[in-house]
Design a protein around this ligand. Sequence first.
Ligand SMILES: [Zn+2]
Length: 61
Amino acid sequence: MSRRGRGGGAGGGRGRGGGYGLGPGGQCVCPSCGYTAQHIVGQPCYSMKCPNCGSPMTRGS
Ligand SMILES: [Zn+2]
């Protein structure tokens, strides 16, 4: 009996822990009124304007 082999890899599954988090997405937030919107990939937050007050949005966390 030779038990060689590394018992089967149940590796993988690098968690995407629960939906949205930090990543290519994220959120933009209005520094003036606190409105948040989903960040659009490829479009910087500061190029969006807040629909409430018209201020440029910044990157939220
Ligand atoms: Zn605003």
